[in-house]
Design a protein around this ligand. Structure first.
Ligand code: 2BA
Length: 147
């Protein structure tokens, strides 16, 4: 987290504020829903990125998507978790940011999304830009105005 004056802040890029890829909980294409539910539950996040072995972004998977898939007419069919792959359930139409884009673009996107996945020019996943980061920056900014 970097701390800057408001005009300096607006000159920064999304990449300077994101949570780096190695700290982002994720699952891989080919993982089953049992594994995804384990990662989601253990990490505590409601949705996480789906990547391939080359760290390319394929979509997002959330607990709600998994539960929706295994809801039967009379019961939750937990036994299905093992046989369904994340790519059958994940959301693929997702917003993305390039790490070199201005932070202001990220501000606008987190109004409707809890986090935005960030990629480099080669399309490799680099991290996520979250609402928490934006709120922290606004909090700092407002406190400097009140001084
Ligand atoms: P949610 O999982 O719905 O989390 C909503 C907010 O709750 C988070 O906002 C954070 O403030 C808090 N929170 C939830 N689980 C947490 C945990 N295990 N540790 C610390 N705080 C937690 P943001 O930080 O703005 O994150 C927005 C969304 O970005 C999260 O939504 C989650 O889907 C994703 N996310 C954030 N950090 C992540 C990470 N390290 N790995 C994977 N996904 C992450």
């Amino acid at each position: 987290m970097i701390s800057l004056q408001s005009d300096e802040l607006l000159e920064t890029t999304v990449g300077q504020h994101m949570i780096e890829a190695d700290k982002v909980a994720h699952v891989q294409v080919g993982n089953n829903l049992e594994h995804a539910l384990l990662v989601l539950t253990k990490s505590g996040y409601t949705a996480i990125p789906v990547l391939d072995a080359s760290f390319r972004l394929h979509g997002l998977i959330g607990t709600n998507m998994i539960m929706d898939k295994i809801f039967g007419l009379e019961r939750i069919e937990f036994e299905k978790l093992e046989d369904i792959h994340v790519e059958e359930v994940m959301l693929t139409d997702i917003p993305r940011l390039n790490i070199s884009e201005p932070i202001l673009k990220g501000f606008g996107m987190v109004i409707n999304h809890a986090f935005i996945c960030c990629e480099n020019d080669e399309g490799v996943f680099e991290g996520i830009f979250t609402r928490r980061v934006v709120l922290k920056q606004f909090n700092k900014y407002i406190r400097t105005l009140n001084k």
